[in-house]
Design a protein around this ligand. Structure first.
Ligand code: 9WN
Length: 422
């Protein structure tokens, strides 16, 4: 079967009717950015099904505009922690369907733009664009850090769970009185490829603290974990541009979204670190610094660096063999942590392995700056990896061994998009 055929078969198997779950057993609910990535792949093959995916995710939207990172459509599944941890029903403005109270990088408007470009449908746009606008306005209202102008995240689950850049912020979280929860992930996946039990106790402690405030700590910097995350802010900048375009297509006014994108770019630009040739992140209760993780490179995707900075970022970091790029001993890229970092772990989740969505963002960033040969090389490497190792959740960078769960929807779906760019 062709690679596209295999990718579509994964999406079909994971299709629950109204939403595509991220994987068969490990992730049985609807996850926010996973669904957006699924829309990007399905846009090329089954736009009507892609529209349904957007609509079912929007069923989880709160009155205040938030689209949470998980939507618990009714079904019997064995997944912990599930809806009981979040207790969304008791929160003002929560929807009919139970949801989480956290968010994910807002890829949805980016996906709807791809869908619009492959299969325009004006009535659909008129239906969803105001909902996307409410979602983006929610960010600026609820999550803006007054000093930097960047959005704050409250939890690793809002970006890259156990990435080493969150270690210090997480270590501060008090787990007194928080029991170890019965996890379902480590029944399926080797423990050394997943976050630790202590990480999970901290994750739960944070959710309890946030739930006590209906997930709206005021101001955002008062949250025990308050972090200026570069991937989320970079994704939001692009999503605002894409929303502005969609608003203009529907005879709306794209000015708010365009201004927001410009403000985010300026705020991200201020995080440039000339010495490392990458961007700094900031823990609002800790230090500012270059983290040695792929997060430091995300502003490339959003078009933040000038051309000289972009070249430096690509040469010194993204494609540098000793850092994130392919090397003789670790030919698979992009690693999620620099190989020169003491925290690099080739098998553990967001602590080093290659992820297909990260590669997809970096390919788009390279294309944006005219690094066509480099983008093409990374595209080929990514397609080679999924052809050989299947649509896994993540991959060991020295061997390409598939890690985490198999038949992972976004790896399949983004492959479909990468195949379109030949
Ligand atoms: C917690 C579903 C999700 C992705 C996240 C990824 C992982 C969950 C977990 O799986 O998070 O939400 O169990 O760690 O980190 O990006 O959306 O695929």
């Amino acid at each position: 079967m062709s690679l596209a055929g295999r990718a579509l078969a994964v999406l079909e198997r994971n299709d629950m009717g109204e939403f595509v779950k991220p994987s068969q057993r490990l992730y049985p609910w609807q996850w926010n950015w996973d669904s957006a990535f699924v829309v990007i792949g399905l846009a090329h093959h089954d736009p009507e099904r892609a529209r349904l995916e957007v609509r079912s995710l929007l069923r989880g939207q709160w009155d205040n505009g938030m689209i949470p990172h998980m939507v618990f459509h009714p079904q019997e599944v064995d997944y912990r922690p599930g809806p009981e941890l979040w207790d969304s029903k008791g929160c003002e403005g929560s929807p009919e369907v139970p949801t989480s109270g956290l968010i994910a990088p807002p890829v949805l408007a980016i996906a709807v733009r791809v869908l619009h470009e492959t299969a325009p449908d004006r009535a659909f746009l008129e239906e969803v664009v105001p909902r996307l606008d409410a979602w983006h306005r929610w960010f600026h209202r609820e999550r803006t850090d007054a000093d930097s102008g960047l959005m704050v995240i409250f939890h690793g689950w809002e970006s890259a769970d156990n990435a080493p850049r969150f270690d210090r912020a997480l270590a501060r979280i008090d787990v007194e009185g928080i029991e170890s929860i019965e996890r379902t992930d480590t029944l399926q996946i080797a423990a050394e490829e997943r976050p630790s039990d202590l990480d999970y106790r901290r994750y739960v402690a944070l959710v309890r603290w946030l739930r006590a405030r209906e997930y709206r700590p005021e101001p955002p910097s008062s949250a025990p974990f308050a972090y200026l995350d570069l991937p989320l802010n970079s994704v939001l900048a692009v999503a605002e541009d894409d929303l502005a375009l969609l608003q203009e297509e529907t005879a709306g006014d794209g000015r708010r979204a365009r201004d927001a994108a410009a403000r985010l770019r300026t705020a991200l630009g201020a995080m440039w670190d000339e010495e490392s040739g990458a961007y700094r992140e900031r823990d609002l209760h800790g230090e500012e610094g270059v983290t040695g993780t792929v997060a430091d490179l995300f502003p490339l995707y959003a078009g933040v660096p000038d051309d000289t900075q972009a070249r430096r970022l690509v040469e010194r970091n993204l494609l540098a063999p000793e850092r994130f790029g392919p090397s003789a001993t670790a030919p698979l890229a992009v690693t999620t942590v620099s190989k020169s970092s003491p925290d690099f772990d080739s098998r553990n989740y967001w602590r080093g392995p290659v992820w297909i969505n990260v590669n997809w963002f970096m390919i788009r960033g390279l294309e944006r700056y005219g690094f066509h040969a480099e983008a093409e090389e990374l595209r080929r490497l990514t397609l080679g990896l999924v052809s050989r190792s299947g649509f896994s959740e993540y991959y060991e960078p020295t061997t390409g061994e598939p890690l985490g769960t198999g038949e992972f929807s976004w790896s399949a779906s983004l492959t479909l998009d990468l195949l379109q760019r030949a």
